[in-house]
Write a protein that binds this ligand. Structure first.
Ligand SMILES: [Zn+2]
Ligand SMILES: [Zn+2]
Length: 274
């Protein structure tokens, strides 16, 4: 019989640029009622040897009441030429270290390693690189609460998923916490209907769309359906959020120009709101 489990997707630890060790991360989330974590430390910070340790640590933290599934996030710098920004691809469930030169090859390798390939925080200017990958993806992040903020997802991601699912309905919308900092927002819960609390059962359920995200009592579906009211509201929040991001960036600029560290209080303030 299938059971329902609550977890979070897209998390970083001290194995890359996260503030918590895997042990601390488990503690943080378990206390808040989460039963599983789909990990995604940056591949660029690991190598095959570190990966072995990472996987062992994740497994040692997993039992019948909690599952920490290893996984990686792969970065592709400037896929559209210099200054075009980095494209990130999540490999949920991969437990071996392999790295490909381009994101499309990486999608296939993630599958060969038994993982799920999910496009992280899509960036509209990358569309020409994303388009040929679309049909091979398992998912597209509709809402990354670090990247898009906690108040609303990016509507462009929904448009991308809609277009993709029009041709490939097996691609689903994912919801990631992209957890790095101890004080970061982490209330996006993913409810999965799976056979057991193990990486393979959770991956099967996620790839089959047997899940939904829940935030403050509102449900978000893997099909990416939004009501007209949500769409209108999210559009407004997104605009306000972009403006705030610009202001924060502007605030950090003078420190960067003078090669001074950005004051902790300014950073903390930005993180609190975002
Ligand atoms: Zn990322
Ligand atoms: Zn990330």
């Amino acid at each position: 019989m299938k059971k329902r489990f609550k977890g979070a997707l897209h998390l970083h630890t001290t194995f890359s640029d996260g503030e918590y060790t895997p042990e601390e991360l488990k503690d943080h989330f378990q206390k808040r009622g989460f039963q599983f974590l789909m990990m995604s430390d940056h591949a660029e910070a690991l190598d095959p040897e570190k990966m072995t340790e990472y996987v062992a640590r994740c497994r040692a933290l997993s039992d019948e009441s909690f599952c920490m599934a290893p996984g990686l996030e792969f970065a592709y710098a400037d896929p559209m030429g210099p200054g075009s920004g980095s494209l990130h691809l999540l490999g949920y469930g991969v437990d071996r270290y392999e790295r490909e030169e381009n994101p499309l090859d990486m999608v296939h390798t993630i599958h060969r390693l038994g993982g799920l390939a999910v496009l992280a925080h899509p960036y509209p200017p990358h569309y020409p690189v994303i388009a040929p990958m679309e049909k091979f993806l398992d998912g597209i992040e509709l809402w990354n609460t670090k990247y898009n903020g906690r108040f609303a997802p990016a509507l462009w991601n929904y448009a991308l998923l809609k277009e993709t699912r029009g041709v490939h309905p097996e691609v689903f919308g994912f919801y990631g916490t992209d957890f790095h900092w101890k004080t970061q927002y982490c209330e996006m819960g993913i409810w999965v209907e799976a056979e057991s609390l193990t990486p393979s059962a959770l991956l099967t359920a996620l790839s089959g769309g047997k899940f939904y995200a829940e935030r403050k009592g509102t449900v978000f579906t893997p099909e990416g359906a939004l009501t007209p009211d949500q769409e209108a509201r999210f559009g407004k929040v997104e605009q306000a959020y972009q403006l705030w991001k610009k202001i924060v960036k502007g605030g950090k600029q003078p420190f960067r120009m003078l090669h001074l560290p950005v004051p902790k209080r300014l950073k903390a303030m930005a993180r609190k709101v975002l």
